[in-house]
Write a protein that binds this ligand. Structure first.
Ligand code: AMP
Length: 539
Protein backbone atom coordinates (compact mmCIF):
# COMPACT_ATOMS: atom_id res chain seq x y z
CA UNK A 1 0.00 0.00 0.00
CA UNK A 2 1.29 3.50 -0.72
CA UNK A 3 -0.23 6.82 0.31
CA UNK A 4 -1.96 8.77 -2.45
CA UNK A 5 -0.70 12.17 -3.49
CA UNK A 6 -4.07 13.92 -3.44
CA UNK A 7 -4.88 16.97 -1.34
CA UNK A 8 -6.35 16.27 2.04
CA UNK A 9 -9.35 18.55 2.29
CA UNK A 10 -11.75 17.71 5.13
CA UNK A 11 -15.42 18.03 4.28
CA UNK A 12 -16.67 21.09 6.14
CA UNK A 13 -20.10 22.77 6.23
CA UNK A 14 -18.55 26.27 6.06
CA UNK A 15 -17.21 25.45 2.59
CA UNK A 16 -20.81 25.22 1.32
CA UNK A 17 -21.56 28.87 2.06
CA UNK A 18 -18.04 29.95 1.02
CA UNK A 19 -18.64 28.27 -2.33
CA UNK A 20 -22.10 29.83 -2.71
CA UNK A 21 -20.68 33.29 -1.95
CA UNK A 22 -17.78 32.91 -4.40
CA UNK A 23 -19.62 31.24 -7.28
CA UNK A 24 -23.29 32.15 -6.78
CA UNK A 25 -22.93 35.31 -4.69
CA UNK A 26 -25.82 37.22 -6.23
CA UNK A 27 -28.34 34.35 -6.05
CA UNK A 28 -31.34 35.28 -3.93
CA UNK A 29 -32.69 33.91 -0.68
CA UNK A 30 -36.30 34.98 -0.19
CA UNK A 31 -37.88 34.59 3.25
CA UNK A 32 -41.43 35.02 4.49
CA UNK A 33 -40.59 36.42 7.92
CA UNK A 34 -42.58 35.78 11.09
CA UNK A 35 -43.08 39.56 10.99
CA UNK A 36 -45.25 38.84 7.91
CA UNK A 37 -43.27 40.58 5.15
CA UNK A 38 -41.06 39.12 2.41
CA UNK A 39 -37.33 39.63 2.91
CA UNK A 40 -34.66 39.30 0.21
CA UNK A 41 -30.97 38.68 0.57
CA UNK A 42 -28.17 36.91 -1.34
CA UNK A 43 -25.68 34.14 -0.61
CA UNK A 44 -22.91 36.80 -0.44
CA UNK A 45 -24.78 38.80 2.18
CA UNK A 46 -25.81 35.65 4.05
CA UNK A 47 -22.17 34.57 4.23
CA UNK A 48 -21.16 38.02 5.50
CA UNK A 49 -23.78 37.96 8.24
CA UNK A 50 -22.90 34.33 9.14
CA UNK A 51 -19.33 35.52 9.77
CA UNK A 52 -20.64 38.35 11.96
CA UNK A 53 -22.77 35.83 13.81
CA UNK A 54 -19.77 33.53 14.31
CA UNK A 55 -17.99 36.43 16.03
CA UNK A 56 -21.12 37.17 18.08
CA UNK A 57 -21.24 33.53 19.23
CA UNK A 58 -17.66 33.82 20.46
CA UNK A 59 -18.57 36.92 22.49
CA UNK A 60 -21.40 34.92 24.08
CA UNK A 61 -18.78 32.40 25.19
CA UNK A 62 -19.75 29.69 22.71
CA UNK A 63 -16.79 27.44 21.97
CA UNK A 64 -16.09 24.22 20.05
CA UNK A 65 -18.65 21.50 20.73
CA UNK A 66 -21.08 23.77 22.59
CA UNK A 67 -24.72 23.19 21.67
CA UNK A 68 -26.63 26.16 20.28
CA UNK A 69 -30.38 25.55 20.16
CA UNK A 70 -32.91 27.09 17.79
CA UNK A 71 -36.70 27.31 17.89
CA UNK A 72 -37.39 28.84 14.50
CA UNK A 73 -39.25 28.59 11.22
CA UNK A 74 -37.56 28.48 7.80
CA UNK A 75 -35.97 31.89 7.25
CA UNK A 76 -32.67 33.60 6.48
CA UNK A 77 -31.69 34.13 10.12
CA UNK A 78 -32.12 30.43 10.79
CA UNK A 79 -29.96 29.75 7.74
CA UNK A 80 -27.28 32.12 9.05
CA UNK A 81 -27.26 30.06 12.25
CA UNK A 82 -26.90 26.85 10.22
CA UNK A 83 -23.54 28.07 8.88
CA UNK A 84 -22.28 30.27 11.73
CA UNK A 85 -22.81 27.68 14.47
CA UNK A 86 -21.54 24.57 12.66
CA UNK A 87 -18.87 26.46 10.70
CA UNK A 88 -17.31 27.83 13.89
CA UNK A 89 -17.08 24.35 15.47
CA UNK A 90 -20.16 24.48 17.72
CA UNK A 91 -23.22 22.23 17.31
CA UNK A 92 -26.51 23.52 15.91
CA UNK A 93 -29.42 21.94 17.77
CA UNK A 94 -32.69 22.56 15.96
CA UNK A 95 -35.68 21.95 18.26
CA UNK A 96 -39.15 21.23 16.92
CA UNK A 97 -41.46 23.98 18.26
CA UNK A 98 -44.51 21.80 17.62
CA UNK A 99 -43.53 19.50 20.48
CA UNK A 100 -45.11 19.89 23.88
CA UNK A 101 -43.32 22.64 25.92
CA UNK A 102 -42.35 20.05 28.55
CA UNK A 103 -40.73 17.88 25.91
CA UNK A 104 -38.91 20.91 24.48
CA UNK A 105 -37.54 21.69 27.95
CA UNK A 106 -36.51 18.08 28.45
CA UNK A 107 -34.68 18.02 25.09
CA UNK A 108 -32.84 21.32 25.76
CA UNK A 109 -31.69 20.00 29.10
CA UNK A 110 -30.66 16.60 27.76
CA UNK A 111 -28.71 18.19 24.91
CA UNK A 112 -26.94 20.55 27.34
CA UNK A 113 -27.76 23.59 25.18
CA UNK A 114 -25.87 26.76 26.16
CA UNK A 115 -27.76 29.34 24.10
CA UNK A 116 -31.25 29.43 22.62
CA UNK A 117 -32.07 31.45 19.49
CA UNK A 118 -35.82 31.78 18.97
CA UNK A 119 -38.25 33.40 16.55
CA UNK A 120 -40.16 36.14 18.38
CA UNK A 121 -43.40 34.11 18.09
CA UNK A 122 -41.83 31.39 20.29
CA UNK A 123 -41.37 33.55 23.41
CA UNK A 124 -43.58 31.22 25.54
CA UNK A 125 -41.56 28.18 24.45
CA UNK A 126 -38.31 29.98 25.31
CA UNK A 127 -39.78 30.41 28.80
CA UNK A 128 -40.38 26.64 29.01
CA UNK A 129 -36.70 26.12 28.18
CA UNK A 130 -35.71 28.72 30.80
CA UNK A 131 -37.60 26.76 33.44
CA UNK A 132 -36.46 23.25 32.47
CA UNK A 133 -32.88 23.80 31.32
CA UNK A 134 -31.04 26.10 33.74
CA UNK A 135 -27.72 25.56 31.95
CA UNK A 136 -28.97 27.69 29.00
CA UNK A 137 -27.02 30.91 29.57
CA UNK A 138 -28.38 33.21 26.85
CA UNK A 139 -31.70 33.69 25.08
CA UNK A 140 -31.57 35.49 21.76
CA UNK A 141 -34.74 36.71 20.02
CA UNK A 142 -34.26 36.46 16.25
CA UNK A 143 -35.54 39.93 15.43
CA UNK A 144 -34.54 43.60 15.47
CA UNK A 145 -34.67 46.10 18.32
CA UNK A 146 -38.01 47.61 17.24
CA UNK A 147 -39.78 44.26 17.45
CA UNK A 148 -38.25 42.92 20.67
CA UNK A 149 -41.56 43.40 22.48
CA UNK A 150 -43.05 40.60 20.30
CA UNK A 151 -40.61 38.12 21.91
CA UNK A 152 -42.37 38.27 25.27
CA UNK A 153 -41.75 39.84 28.67
CA UNK A 154 -38.67 37.78 29.64
CA UNK A 155 -35.30 39.50 29.07
CA UNK A 156 -33.55 38.34 25.91
CA UNK A 157 -30.73 39.51 23.68
CA UNK A 158 -31.56 40.96 20.28
CA UNK A 159 -30.23 39.09 17.23
CA UNK A 160 -29.76 42.15 15.03
CA UNK A 161 -28.01 44.04 17.81
CA UNK A 162 -25.62 41.15 18.35
CA UNK A 163 -24.77 41.19 14.66
CA UNK A 164 -24.35 44.95 14.51
CA UNK A 165 -21.85 44.78 17.36
CA UNK A 166 -19.72 42.15 15.56
CA UNK A 167 -17.33 42.47 12.64
CA UNK A 168 -17.54 40.25 9.57
CA UNK A 169 -13.81 39.46 9.74
CA UNK A 170 -13.87 35.76 10.57
CA UNK A 171 -11.83 32.82 9.26
CA UNK A 172 -13.74 29.55 9.36
CA UNK A 173 -11.60 27.11 11.37
CA UNK A 174 -10.18 24.01 9.63
CA UNK A 175 -12.20 21.40 11.50
CA UNK A 176 -11.68 17.67 11.44
CA UNK A 177 -14.49 16.39 9.19
CA UNK A 178 -15.76 13.99 11.84
CA UNK A 179 -16.46 16.91 14.22
CA UNK A 180 -20.11 17.11 15.32
CA UNK A 181 -21.91 19.83 13.39
CA UNK A 182 -25.58 19.61 14.32
CA UNK A 183 -28.10 17.60 16.25
CA UNK A 184 -31.74 16.73 16.03
CA UNK A 185 -33.95 14.71 18.37
CA UNK A 186 -36.25 11.99 17.06
CA UNK A 187 -39.94 12.80 17.39
CA UNK A 188 -40.26 10.33 20.27
CA UNK A 189 -43.75 8.96 19.61
CA UNK A 190 -42.76 6.09 21.93
CA UNK A 191 -40.50 6.80 24.91
CA UNK A 192 -38.18 9.77 25.27
CA UNK A 193 -36.81 11.46 22.16
CA UNK A 194 -33.28 10.42 21.20
CA UNK A 195 -30.50 12.77 20.09
CA UNK A 196 -28.84 12.22 16.72
CA UNK A 197 -25.49 13.96 16.24
CA UNK A 198 -24.45 14.67 12.65
CA UNK A 199 -20.90 15.43 11.50
CA UNK A 200 -19.51 17.84 8.91
CA UNK A 201 -18.55 14.83 6.82
CA UNK A 202 -21.96 13.12 7.01
CA UNK A 203 -23.74 16.39 6.19
CA UNK A 204 -21.61 17.29 3.17
CA UNK A 205 -21.75 13.74 1.75
CA UNK A 206 -25.52 13.73 2.25
CA UNK A 207 -25.81 17.08 0.41
CA UNK A 208 -23.78 15.79 -2.54
CA UNK A 209 -25.96 12.70 -2.81
CA UNK A 210 -29.31 14.44 -2.43
CA UNK A 211 -28.49 16.83 -5.28
CA UNK A 212 -27.94 13.94 -7.75
CA UNK A 213 -30.31 13.55 -10.73
CA UNK A 214 -31.95 10.36 -9.42
CA UNK A 215 -32.47 12.05 -6.04
CA UNK A 216 -33.63 15.71 -5.83
CA UNK A 217 -31.98 16.62 -9.16
CA UNK A 218 -30.89 20.06 -7.93
CA UNK A 219 -29.07 22.65 -9.98
CA UNK A 220 -28.25 26.36 -10.17
CA UNK A 221 -31.34 26.69 -12.44
CA UNK A 222 -33.67 25.71 -9.60
CA UNK A 223 -35.67 27.80 -7.17
CA UNK A 224 -36.13 25.57 -4.14
CA UNK A 225 -38.84 26.01 -1.51
CA UNK A 226 -38.39 23.66 1.46
CA UNK A 227 -41.81 23.30 3.04
CA UNK A 228 -40.25 20.75 5.34
CA UNK A 229 -39.13 22.78 8.36
CA UNK A 230 -35.49 23.47 9.15
CA UNK A 231 -36.22 21.86 12.55
CA UNK A 232 -37.25 18.55 10.93
CA UNK A 233 -33.97 16.77 10.12
CA UNK A 234 -32.32 19.89 8.68
CA UNK A 235 -35.13 20.40 6.16
CA UNK A 236 -33.98 17.15 4.53
CA UNK A 237 -30.58 18.64 3.71
CA UNK A 238 -31.90 21.38 1.40
CA UNK A 239 -30.32 24.30 3.35
CA UNK A 240 -26.94 22.72 2.58
CA UNK A 241 -27.57 21.32 -0.89
CA UNK A 242 -29.11 24.54 -2.31
CA UNK A 243 -26.01 26.72 -1.67
CA UNK A 244 -23.82 23.85 -2.81
CA UNK A 245 -25.40 23.93 -6.28
CA UNK A 246 -26.24 27.66 -6.25
CA UNK A 247 -30.02 27.17 -6.30
CA UNK A 248 -32.25 30.11 -5.37
CA UNK A 249 -33.99 29.52 -2.01
CA UNK A 250 -37.47 30.51 -0.92
CA UNK A 251 -38.09 30.03 2.82
CA UNK A 252 -41.81 30.05 3.69
CA UNK A 253 -41.73 30.90 7.42
CA UNK A 254 -44.80 29.91 9.41
CA UNK A 255 -47.49 30.11 6.70
CA UNK A 256 -47.78 26.58 5.32
CA UNK A 257 -51.48 26.53 4.40
CA UNK A 258 -52.50 25.76 0.81
CA UNK A 259 -53.34 29.33 -0.35
CA UNK A 260 -50.17 30.89 1.19
CA UNK A 261 -47.93 28.22 -0.32
CA UNK A 262 -49.60 28.53 -3.72
CA UNK A 263 -49.11 32.29 -3.71
CA UNK A 264 -45.41 31.93 -2.86
CA UNK A 265 -44.83 29.13 -5.42
CA UNK A 266 -46.28 31.27 -8.19
CA UNK A 267 -44.90 34.67 -7.17
CA UNK A 268 -41.34 33.37 -6.77
CA UNK A 269 -41.29 30.89 -9.67
CA UNK A 270 -40.50 27.87 -7.48
CA UNK A 271 -39.29 24.82 -9.47
CA UNK A 272 -38.69 22.30 -6.69
CA UNK A 273 -40.21 21.69 -3.27
CA UNK A 274 -40.27 19.09 -0.50
CA UNK A 275 -42.59 18.26 2.39
CA UNK A 276 -44.76 15.71 4.21
CA UNK A 277 -48.07 14.44 2.73
CA UNK A 278 -50.23 16.39 5.19
CA UNK A 279 -49.05 19.80 3.92
CA UNK A 280 -49.56 18.75 0.32
CA UNK A 281 -53.13 17.71 1.13
CA UNK A 282 -53.86 21.38 1.91
CA UNK A 283 -52.21 22.57 -1.28
CA UNK A 284 -53.88 19.99 -3.54
CA UNK A 285 -57.29 20.77 -2.05
CA UNK A 286 -56.70 24.47 -2.78
CA UNK A 287 -55.61 23.75 -6.37
CA UNK A 288 -58.58 21.50 -7.06
CA UNK A 289 -61.16 23.74 -5.43
CA UNK A 290 -60.02 26.73 -7.51
CA UNK A 291 -59.05 24.94 -10.76
CA UNK A 292 -55.42 26.11 -10.37
CA UNK A 293 -52.14 24.77 -11.73
CA UNK A 294 -48.62 25.31 -10.47
CA UNK A 295 -47.08 27.03 -13.48
CA UNK A 296 -43.37 26.71 -12.60
CA UNK A 297 -43.14 23.79 -10.18
CA UNK A 298 -41.46 20.76 -11.76
CA UNK A 299 -40.62 18.42 -8.91
CA UNK A 300 -42.13 17.84 -5.50
CA UNK A 301 -40.50 15.50 -3.00
CA UNK A 302 -42.96 13.81 -0.67
CA UNK A 303 -41.70 11.88 2.34
CA UNK A 304 -41.80 11.62 6.11
CA UNK A 305 -44.95 9.46 5.83
CA UNK A 306 -46.37 7.32 3.03
CA UNK A 307 -47.69 9.19 0.03
CA UNK A 308 -50.86 7.50 -1.28
CA UNK A 309 -50.95 6.74 -5.04
CA UNK A 310 -54.12 8.85 -5.27
CA UNK A 311 -52.15 11.90 -4.07
CA UNK A 312 -49.36 11.14 -6.57
CA UNK A 313 -51.95 10.95 -9.32
CA UNK A 314 -53.73 14.17 -8.33
CA UNK A 315 -50.45 16.10 -8.37
CA UNK A 316 -49.39 14.49 -11.63
CA UNK A 317 -52.74 15.59 -13.12
CA UNK A 318 -51.75 19.17 -12.21
CA UNK A 319 -48.42 18.81 -14.05
CA UNK A 320 -46.17 18.16 -11.05
CA UNK A 321 -43.69 15.28 -10.98
CA UNK A 322 -43.79 13.68 -7.54
CA UNK A 323 -40.72 12.00 -6.08
CA UNK A 324 -41.61 9.72 -3.22
CA UNK A 325 -38.76 9.56 -0.69
CA UNK A 326 -38.08 7.79 2.57
CA UNK A 327 -35.70 8.53 5.39
CA UNK A 328 -35.44 9.24 9.06
CA UNK A 329 -33.78 11.51 11.60
CA UNK A 330 -31.11 8.87 12.16
CA UNK A 331 -30.33 8.96 8.39
CA UNK A 332 -29.76 12.72 7.92
CA UNK A 333 -32.56 11.91 6.65
CA UNK A 334 -32.39 10.61 3.09
CA UNK A 335 -32.39 6.83 2.46
CA UNK A 336 -34.33 6.27 -0.75
CA UNK A 337 -35.90 8.30 -3.54
CA UNK A 338 -38.24 6.86 -6.15
CA UNK A 339 -37.16 7.80 -9.63
CA UNK A 340 -37.71 5.46 -12.55
CA UNK A 341 -34.96 3.49 -14.27
CA UNK A 342 -34.49 3.58 -18.07
CA UNK A 343 -36.09 0.14 -18.43
CA UNK A 344 -39.30 1.46 -16.80
CA UNK A 345 -39.84 4.51 -19.00
CA UNK A 346 -41.94 2.58 -21.52
CA UNK A 347 -44.30 1.07 -18.96
CA UNK A 348 -47.94 2.15 -18.95
CA UNK A 349 -48.89 5.08 -16.67
CA UNK A 350 -50.65 2.64 -14.31
CA UNK A 351 -47.54 0.45 -14.06
CA UNK A 352 -45.37 3.52 -13.49
CA UNK A 353 -47.71 4.79 -10.78
CA UNK A 354 -47.40 1.45 -8.98
CA UNK A 355 -43.59 1.87 -8.97
CA UNK A 356 -43.69 5.55 -8.04
CA UNK A 357 -45.81 4.81 -4.99
CA UNK A 358 -42.95 2.71 -3.60
CA UNK A 359 -40.48 4.59 -1.39
CA UNK A 360 -37.73 4.05 -3.95
CA UNK A 361 -34.12 3.12 -4.48
CA UNK A 362 -31.29 3.58 -2.04
CA UNK A 363 -28.78 6.40 -2.52
CA UNK A 364 -25.15 5.36 -2.83
CA UNK A 365 -23.26 4.75 -0.55
CA UNK A 366 -26.18 3.85 1.74
CA UNK A 367 -27.16 0.19 1.57
CA UNK A 368 -30.29 -1.55 2.82
CA UNK A 369 -31.74 -5.02 3.38
CA UNK A 370 -34.84 -6.59 4.87
CA UNK A 371 -34.46 -9.39 7.38
CA UNK A 372 -36.76 -11.91 9.07
CA UNK A 373 -37.14 -12.36 12.83
CA UNK A 374 -33.94 -14.44 12.94
CA UNK A 375 -32.00 -11.70 11.15
CA UNK A 376 -31.77 -13.65 7.86
CA UNK A 377 -31.90 -11.50 4.73
CA UNK A 378 -35.15 -11.86 2.77
CA UNK A 379 -35.28 -12.10 -1.05
CA UNK A 380 -35.87 -9.04 -3.24
CA UNK A 381 -39.16 -10.28 -4.69
CA UNK A 382 -41.37 -7.27 -4.02
CA UNK A 383 -43.34 -9.26 -1.51
CA UNK A 384 -41.27 -10.64 1.37
CA UNK A 385 -41.63 -8.08 4.15
CA UNK A 386 -39.34 -7.85 7.14
CA UNK A 387 -37.34 -5.43 9.28
CA UNK A 388 -35.61 -2.79 7.20
CA UNK A 389 -31.91 -2.38 8.04
CA UNK A 390 -29.58 0.30 6.65
CA UNK A 391 -25.97 1.37 6.84
CA UNK A 392 -23.97 4.22 5.39
CA UNK A 393 -21.79 7.25 6.14
CA UNK A 394 -24.77 9.46 7.07
CA UNK A 395 -26.53 6.86 9.25
CA UNK A 396 -26.29 7.18 13.07
CA UNK A 397 -24.17 4.62 14.88
CA UNK A 398 -25.05 5.84 18.39
CA UNK A 399 -27.54 8.13 20.08
CA UNK A 400 -26.34 11.16 22.04
CA UNK A 401 -25.65 9.81 25.54
CA UNK A 402 -27.74 6.82 24.55
CA UNK A 403 -25.42 3.99 23.50
CA UNK A 404 -25.07 2.01 20.29
CA UNK A 405 -27.84 2.13 17.73
CA UNK A 406 -26.52 -0.76 15.65
CA UNK A 407 -27.23 -4.49 15.32
CA UNK A 408 -24.43 -6.42 13.64
CA UNK A 409 -23.14 -3.25 11.96
CA UNK A 410 -26.61 -2.27 10.60
CA UNK A 411 -29.11 0.28 11.85
CA UNK A 412 -32.51 -1.25 12.46
CA UNK A 413 -35.01 1.33 11.21
CA UNK A 414 -38.12 0.04 13.00
CA UNK A 415 -39.86 0.04 9.61
CA UNK A 416 -41.28 -3.05 7.93
CA UNK A 417 -40.59 -3.15 4.20
CA UNK A 418 -40.05 -5.26 1.11
CA UNK A 419 -37.73 -4.70 -1.85
CA UNK A 420 -38.51 -5.64 -5.46
CA UNK A 421 -36.19 -7.17 -8.07
CA UNK A 422 -35.07 -3.72 -9.25
CA UNK A 423 -34.22 -2.54 -5.72
CA UNK A 424 -37.35 -0.42 -5.16
CA UNK A 425 -38.30 -0.54 -1.47
CA UNK A 426 -41.84 -0.28 -0.14
CA UNK A 427 -42.60 0.55 3.49
CA UNK A 428 -45.57 -1.55 4.54
CA UNK A 429 -45.66 -0.33 8.14
CA UNK A 430 -43.91 1.02 11.16
CA UNK A 431 -43.23 -2.23 13.07
CA UNK A 432 -45.42 -1.09 15.98
CA UNK A 433 -48.31 -0.33 13.60
CA UNK A 434 -48.41 -3.73 11.84
CA UNK A 435 -51.77 -5.49 12.21
CA UNK A 436 -51.24 -9.13 13.17
CA UNK A 437 -54.33 -11.07 12.21
CA UNK A 438 -54.40 -14.84 12.73
CA UNK A 439 -50.62 -15.14 12.27
CA UNK A 440 -50.63 -13.05 9.07
CA UNK A 441 -49.49 -9.45 8.82
CA UNK A 442 -51.71 -6.81 7.27
CA UNK A 443 -50.16 -3.58 6.01
CA UNK A 444 -51.97 -0.59 7.52
CA UNK A 445 -50.39 1.73 4.91
CA UNK A 446 -51.80 -0.31 2.03
CA UNK A 447 -55.32 -0.16 3.47
CA UNK A 448 -55.01 3.60 4.10
CA UNK A 449 -53.92 4.18 0.49
CA UNK A 450 -57.02 2.33 -0.77
CA UNK A 451 -59.30 4.30 1.55
CA UNK A 452 -57.72 7.56 0.36
CA UNK A 453 -58.52 6.68 -3.25
CA UNK A 454 -62.23 6.97 -2.39
CA UNK A 455 -63.41 10.37 -3.66
CA UNK A 456 -65.20 11.25 -0.41
CA UNK A 457 -62.32 10.44 1.93
CA UNK A 458 -60.01 13.23 3.12
CA UNK A 459 -57.81 11.25 5.49
CA UNK A 460 -57.56 7.68 6.73
CA UNK A 461 -55.73 5.75 9.43
CA UNK A 462 -55.85 2.00 9.85
CA UNK A 463 -55.14 0.56 13.28
CA UNK A 464 -55.02 -2.81 14.96
CA UNK A 465 -57.77 -3.49 17.51
CA UNK A 466 -57.92 -6.63 19.64
CA UNK A 467 -60.18 -9.37 18.28
CA UNK A 468 -61.28 -12.50 20.21
CA UNK A 469 -60.73 -14.87 17.30
CA UNK A 470 -57.93 -13.36 15.17
CA UNK A 471 -55.82 -11.61 17.81
CA UNK A 472 -56.04 -8.28 15.98
CA UNK A 473 -58.16 -6.98 13.12
CA UNK A 474 -57.95 -3.74 11.09
CA UNK A 475 -60.20 -0.84 12.06
CA UNK A 476 -60.38 2.02 9.59
CA UNK A 477 -60.61 5.55 10.97
CA UNK A 478 -61.91 7.98 8.37
CA UNK A 479 -62.19 11.74 7.96
CA UNK A 480 -64.68 12.67 5.23
CA UNK A 481 -64.04 15.52 2.81
CA UNK A 482 -65.85 18.63 3.96
CA UNK A 483 -69.46 18.73 2.81
CA UNK A 484 -69.46 15.03 1.85
CA UNK A 485 -70.95 12.06 3.62
CA UNK A 486 -69.67 8.57 3.05
CA UNK A 487 -71.13 5.47 4.69
CA UNK A 488 -69.31 2.55 6.28
CA UNK A 489 -70.70 0.27 3.54
CA UNK A 490 -69.46 2.54 0.74
CA UNK A 491 -65.96 2.64 2.20
CA UNK A 492 -65.81 -1.13 2.64
CA UNK A 493 -67.22 -1.77 -0.85
CA UNK A 494 -64.31 0.29 -2.18
CA UNK A 495 -61.93 -2.45 -0.98
CA UNK A 496 -63.55 -5.19 -3.12
CA UNK A 497 -61.02 -6.66 -5.61
CA UNK A 498 -58.22 -4.46 -4.25
CA UNK A 499 -57.01 -6.75 -1.44
CA UNK A 500 -57.68 -10.31 -0.28
CA UNK A 501 -60.95 -10.58 1.62
CA UNK A 502 -59.25 -11.34 4.93
CA UNK A 503 -57.35 -8.05 4.64
CA UNK A 504 -60.46 -5.88 4.26
CA UNK A 505 -61.00 -3.80 7.44
CA UNK A 506 -63.66 -5.24 9.74
CA UNK A 507 -65.17 -1.90 10.57
CA UNK A 508 -65.06 1.82 9.86
CA UNK A 509 -65.36 4.70 12.31
CA UNK A 510 -65.71 8.36 11.35
CA UNK A 511 -63.86 11.16 13.14
CA UNK A 512 -63.45 14.92 12.61
CA UNK A 513 -59.65 14.80 12.53
CA UNK A 514 -56.79 12.34 12.88
CA UNK A 515 -54.26 13.38 15.55
CA UNK A 516 -50.91 14.39 14.04
CA UNK A 517 -47.49 14.49 15.71
CA UNK A 518 -44.92 17.26 15.59
CA UNK A 519 -43.55 16.16 12.22
CA UNK A 520 -46.91 15.60 10.54
CA UNK A 521 -47.17 11.85 11.17
CA UNK A 522 -50.44 10.27 12.28
CA UNK A 523 -50.42 9.42 15.98
CA UNK A 524 -51.79 5.92 15.66
CA UNK A 525 -50.90 5.16 19.28
CA UNK A 526 -53.52 7.73 20.36
CA UNK A 527 -56.09 6.19 18.01
CA UNK A 528 -55.35 2.68 19.29
CA UNK A 529 -55.92 3.96 22.83
CA UNK A 530 -59.16 5.73 21.85
CA UNK A 531 -60.63 2.70 20.07
CA UNK A 532 -59.17 0.01 22.35
CA UNK A 533 -62.63 -1.05 23.48
CA UNK A 534 -64.17 -0.89 19.99
CA UNK A 535 -67.02 -3.40 19.60
CA UNK A 536 -66.75 -5.29 16.35
CA UNK A 537 -69.99 -5.67 14.35
CA UNK A 538 -71.88 -8.75 15.49
CA UNK A 539 -69.74 -9.16 18.63
P1 AMP B 1 -38.51 10.96 11.34
O1 AMP B 1 -37.27 10.48 12.00
O2 AMP B 1 -39.36 11.79 12.22
O3 AMP B 1 -38.22 11.62 10.04
O4 AMP B 1 -39.39 9.67 11.03
C1 AMP B 1 -38.87 8.60 10.28
C2 AMP B 1 -39.95 7.60 10.01
O5 AMP B 1 -40.98 8.18 9.20
C3 AMP B 1 -39.49 6.41 9.22
O6 AMP B 1 -38.84 5.45 10.02
C4 AMP B 1 -40.81 5.91 8.64
O7 AMP B 1 -41.53 5.15 9.59
C5 AMP B 1 -41.55 7.18 8.37
N1 AMP B 1 -41.40 7.56 6.96
C6 AMP B 1 -40.56 8.46 6.43
N2 AMP B 1 -40.75 8.56 5.09
C7 AMP B 1 -41.73 7.69 4.76
C8 AMP B 1 -42.38 7.31 3.55
N3 AMP B 1 -42.10 7.87 2.38
N4 AMP B 1 -43.34 6.36 3.63
C9 AMP B 1 -43.67 5.78 4.80
N5 AMP B 1 -43.11 6.11 5.97
C10 AMP B 1 -42.15 7.04 5.97
Amino acid sequence: MIQSLMMSMPLNIATLIQHADRHHGSVEIVSRRVEGDLHRTTYRELHRRARQLANALATLGIGPGDRVATLAWNGYRHLELYFAVSGSGAVLHTINPRLHPEQIGWIARHAGDKVLFFDSCFGPLAQAVRRAAPQVRHFVAMTDRDRMADAGPEPALCYEELLEASTDAFEWPALDETTASSMCYTSGTTGDPKGVLYSHRSTVLHSLACALPDAFNLSSRDTVLPVVPMFHVNAWGLPYAAPMVGARLVLPGARLDGPSLYELFEAEGVTMSAGVPTVWQGLVAHLEANGLKLSTLKRMVIGGAACAPSMLQRLQDRGVQVLHAWGMTEMSPLGTVCSLKASQLNLTPTEQLAIRSRQGRVLYPVDMKVVDEQGQELPWDGNSSGDLMVRGPWVASEYFQGGSALRGGWFSTGDVANIDQEGFMRITDRSKDVIKSGGEWISSIELECIALSHPGVANAACIAVAHPKWGERPLLVIVCKSGQTVTREQVLAHFADKVARWQVPDDVVFVDAIPLGATGKMLKGQLRERFREHRWPGA
